[in-house]
Design a protein around this ligand. Structure first.
Ligand code: F6P
Length: 321
């Protein structure tokens, strides 16, 4: 192996830059040349590749976003798109590709290796933390801390006005962010897609707590909850028990910002591990961290296996009296 490429794909995640830096510097240390692909798979299809030297990744690890930019490429979902991508890799004599992204990005990478033999390594990077095979994904810790800081502020105004607030956090199919941030913020209830949301029961609990002296409450809801988004939940609560609320949707603010120390460390370990996996001829695989150790799993596990929630955290999420 002489040259590898690195790209970031799907929703960006704080820590991707630290991961790019580690990948580039590990590869250079091992005598490989490295290319950065702009805008994920779309850039690969359009031959938007730049050689990366050690100095090109200086002073980036503390920044959110991704210097390579990211995209969700529809064209790469087609065989024609993947053929163009493979031809461009061939032009640059690149024989290994490191993909920072989520399960959709890994699916594309797997297809690329199956159809064209490009060796691919996936590095789990999404604020949602919903990838089986790694205890944490790059960006999750930062997103949780960003949301936590915001909810602490909401708590101040909720308390001042004796109000019920419903705060929506990201997580289209998964409640990992909602659970951790909800527990950290002392939310009265946490609503996630993985568990049944019972609106009448939530109303009963809120009213019981008010009778016992509580004057304000915060509900944290994952955007993918089966009862709907924060506005829909607010409407259902009002229809059920007459309680009015204010809604705060945190949205994409959770995807930005300087990565936490944990995310920088995780990204650095995984960037290194990805290059080692390429050199060990372990592709296609995903690298992760499980119980503090680097692990490797088939890429397909990322979309065929479902990561479980922590049972204790789920139990605590229904709120303490
Ligand atoms: O997958 C990460 C994520 O941030 C989800 O939590 C969210 O639902 C989605 O991306 C938003 O994607 P987009 O930026 O394309 O709207």
């Amino acid at each position: 192996m002489k040259a590898i490429a690195v790209l970031t794909s799907g929703g960006d995640a704080p820590g991707m830059n630290a991961g790019i830096r580690a990948t580039v510097r590990t590869a250079l240390t091992c005598g490989l040349s490295v290319y950065g692909v702009k805008r994920g798979y779309q850039g690969l299809i359009e031959n938007d590749l730049v050689p990366l030297l050690s100095t090109d990744v200086s002073n980036i690890l503390q920044h959110g976003g991704t210097i390579l930019h990211s995209a969700r490429s529809e064209e790469f979902r087609t065989e024609e798109g993947r053929l163009k991508a493979a031809e461009n890799l061939e032009k640059h004599k690149i024989d290994g590709l490191v993909v920072f992204g989520g399960d959709g990005s890994f699916r594309g990478a797997n297809d690329l290796q199956r159809e064209h033999g490009t060796r691919v390594i996936g590095v789990p990077s999404t604020i949602d933390n919903d990838i089986w095979g790694s205890d944490f994904t790059i960006g999750f810790d930062t997103a949780v801390n960003t949301a936590l800081e915001a909810i602490d502020k909401v708590r101040d105004t909720a308390a001042a006005h004796d109000r019920l607030f419903i705060v929506e956090v990201m997580g289209r199919h998964a409640g990992f962010i909602a659970l951790e941030v909800g527990i950290g913020a002392g939310a009265e209830e946490i609503l996630i897609p993985e568990t049944v949301t019972d609106i009448p029961e939530i109303c009963r609990k809120l009213q019981r707590r008010y009778k016992n002296g509580r004057t304000s409450s915060i509900l944290v809801v994952a955007e993918g909850d089966e009862e709907g988004n924060a506005y829909e939940i607010a409407a259902k609560i009002e229809a059920c028990c007459g309680m009015k609320s204010r809604v705060t949707v945190l949205g994409h603010v959770q995807r930005g910002g300087s990565p936490t120390a944990s995310d920088r460390l995780l990204a650095t370990k995984l960037g290194y591990a990805a290059v080692m996996a390429l050199l060990d001829d372990a592709a296609p695989c995903m690298v992760g961290v499980e119980n503090g150790l680097i692990s490797r799993h088939p890429l397909a596990d990322a979309w065929t296996r479902k990561k479980g929630l922590d049972d204790l955290v789920v139990k605590l999420s229904s709120g303490l009296e």
